[in-house]
Ligand binder design. Structure first.
Ligand code: SPV
Ligand code: MN
Length: 658
């Protein structure tokens, strides 16, 4: 054993505890592993400098994970990143040198292109590795664990032969907090490693001082074979979640949603951990809505990808903590939440100077940013769809050289930028950043919002009658029309409970149970709300404005503090016209009319009943043993809707419930 190693390992007792049994086996395995083997592998594969950096982390499981990855992927070289400016700058420069990123006119900006068929999360090829005899229910894609491990190991075998492996350490959530989860990322993509620098809290020092028994998430990614810096074996791409070992493998893909281990890959592991420990790992923004007298009330919001989550968290006059992932825990009798991340990987389509001034300014500042799958003009400026400027005629995009009218191999016209083109930036440059981003105890949550892309049923905003009704008829009943954030057709209505279905790693019934029970030890339950920015009239036109979300947020803030009355409708509490009128006037300088209000807040009984039919059918067909509250709340909602006097008709104006 190397002298450095014996020094750090001496006296470190490995006692690894979890409440469930997910990771015990793996730990057993790593504890008993032949440590000399790991160290010999590391000594021969690493430079002295890298070896020293790795061994400064006194954790044998870390050493073993890196040694195993080296043996499997056979990298040409290994780089251990210690988060120093020198190391992170090296990562950025190497991403450019290798052609994974290209510098833009602004010296702080780069662009990255994913392969033409690798432009979004691949749900079909994201699978859970499930040991024989276990099942995660019918909603999740599962594969036999042994077979899956063999397949992914085969794909990873020698995948880094002519490449350099990067090893990075992060903390999910603020450092040294009840929320923090340490995570190790191994990747051969300097774009992935660079993106993580902007998006996550550096954790090398944290790994050096944390106890050896701390639960860790492990991520191993290889882009596989590259031609022109693009993964070519995308037909054999896959994301495999081995929850038994808290490990996620990603191979032959580059799109961030499939490769950035700390984002949606770690979320899947976090959902299991949260379920074991009685907290929530959510696909939610976290923001402070600013109320009267400088009061800040924190809200989380779960909306499926591409449904206004980031733009809500950035609404003018309020402050943002995070736009995508939140952990929620009850601490000292209060529901508190943190942003898992410290940056944004946001959809850039439709970002305009008028509608998104904060993001627009950041993207035109000296703050580091990575653009992905946008168009690059001859002047090396990035352009994206609906950016409020004249359409470009030519440039370079994810299809290579691009000119107006270019078609793909199926004869489909290629837009100048991809609909799911993105920007990656740190939060620190945002003028609307909330001061509590790094508070280790998080912020107290006043309200939880569920929102989907729903053209015909939900009103723009309503409050749940109580926690259970909100969790069941809003969270567990969330549906949304699909968007370009996942592969496959857009605009199809899909069941997406809690906007978290894509990331669930436990049976849906268990996840709902955990949501219902989560507040049991809390003195106050956050208020639950449902919003819908996509409601249309019979002609198919949207009947709310993009900017109206400002008013819905301010109304919710007042409701949390009981400062406005509401109408009790069969589906929830609706705003009163006069309150909204005042808020529209104050915050948007807009003359809100009764006609608009009536159209927006009409309760559409046939559509609500059809929704209940759909939701009940899904649960009956695919969820074995849902909590008793589920059918009880759905039936109660149905009864309330049916009880509305028939002479009022099918479409009921809100005032009818006064
Ligand atoms: C989403 O699609 O929900 C995102 C981007 O936030 S991804 O990283 O693809 O998940
Ligand atoms: Mn997301």
């Amino acid at each position: 054993m190397s002298p450095i190693y014996s020094q750090v390992a001496a006296g470190v007792a490995v006692i690894f505890k979890t409440r469930g049994n997910d990771v015990q086996e793996s730990d057993e395995f790593r504890r008993d592993a032949n440590l000399n083997d790991s160290i010999s592998i590391l000594e021969s594969a690493l430079t002295d400098a890298s070896f020293r950096k790795l061994l400064a982390i006194p954790n044998r499981r870390v050493h073993k994970f890196v040694a195993d990855a080296i043996q499997l992927c056979k990298p040409m070289k290994v780089f251990i990143c210690n988060d120093s400016t020198m190391d992170t700058e090296y990562i950025r420069r190497t991403a450019i040198a290798r052609g994974e990123e290209t510098p833009l006119a602004n010296p702080h900006h780069t662009v990255h292109f994913d392969g033409y068929f690798d432009q979004a999360r691949d749900k079909e090829r994201t699978v859970y590795l499930v040991p024989k005899g276990e099942s995660l229910g019918k909603q999740l894609t599962q594969h036999d664990r042994q077979e899956g491990l063999e397949t992914v190991r085969k794909r990873l075998e020698g995948s880094m032969e002519n490449k350099k492996m990067v090893v990075r350490f992060f903390s999910l959530g603020p450092l040294d907090s009840p929320f923090s989860i340490p995570a190790v990322q191994i990747t051969d993509s300097f774009y992935v490693a660079h993106s993580e620098d902007l998006l996550y809290r550096p954790g090398y020092d944290y790994f050096r001082r944390m106890s050896e028994d701390k639960e860790i998430f492990w991520m191993l990614h290889s882009s596989g074979k590259l031609i022109h810096s693009v993964s070519t074996d995308w037909k054999k791409r896959g994301v495999m979640i081995d929850y038994k070992e808290n490990t996620v493998y990603s191979v032959n893909t580059q799109y961030a949603g499939n490769t950035i281990g700390l984002k949606k890959l770690a979320l899947r592991l976090a959902i299991r951990k949260a379920d074991r420990e009685g907290w929530l790992a959510e696909h939610m923004f976290l923001m402070a809505v600013h109320g009267p007298h400088e009061r800040k009330t924190y809200f989380t919001g779960a909306y499926p990808s591409g449904c206004g989550k980031t733009s809500t968290s950035m609404v003018r006059g309020n402050t943002i903590v995070g736009d995508d992932l939140a952990y929620l825990r009850v601490l000292d009798g209060k529901v508190r939440a943190v942003n898992v991340e410290r940056g944004i990987f946001g959809i850039i389509r439709s970002v305009t100077a008028k509608d998104d001034p904060v993001i627009w300014d950041v993207l035109h500042s000296n703050q580091p940013a990575i653009f992905s799958n946008v168009l690059i003009t001859e002047d090396t400026e990035p352009r994206w769809l609906d950016d409020g400027r004249e359409d470009p005629e030519q440039g370079a995009n994810h299809s290579g050289g691009w000119f107006k009218g270019k078609v793909d191999r199926y004869g489909e016209e290629i837009p100048y930028a991809h609909k799911n083109a993105r920007y990656t930036v740190g939060l620190e440059g945002l003028t609307n950043l909330d001061g509590c981003l790094d508070d280790p105890r998080g912020v107290e949550v006043g309200g939880i919002i569920y929102g989907g892309r729903d053209s015909d049923t939900w009103v723009p905003v309503q409050q749940a009658l109580d926690w259970t009704q909100g969790i069941i008829t809003m969270g567990a009943s969330l549906e949304s029309e699909t968007t370009a954030a996942t592969l496959g057709p857009s605009g199809v209505r899909k069941f997406n409970p809690f906007s978290n279905l894509d990331f669930l790693s436990i049976p849906l019934e268990d996840y709902i149970r955990n949501n219902l029970d989560f507040v049991n030890d809390s003195e106050h339950k956050p208020c639950i709300f449902a919003v819908n920015y996509f409601l249309r009239n019979e002609d198919g036109d949207f009947i709310t404005d993009k900017s109206d979300k400002q008013v819905w947020l301010k109304w919710m803030e007042l409701r949390v503090h009981g400062e406005v009355e509401a109408i009790t409708a069969p589906t929830g509490f609706l705003p009163l016209f006069d309150d909204l009128k005042g808020l529209f006037d104050t915050y948007l300088d807009k003359d809100y009319t009764k006609k608009e209000y009536d159209a927006q807040f009409t309760i559409r009984i046939p559509e609500y009943l059809s929704k209940l039919d759909r939701i009940e059918k899904i649960y009956k067909e695919s969820v074995e043993d849902p909590p008793v509250e589920l059918y009880r709340e759905l039936s109660a909602q149905r009864e309330r809707l049916i009880a509305v006097p028939t002479e009022l008709g099918d479409y009921i104006l809100p005032d009818a419930f006064l």
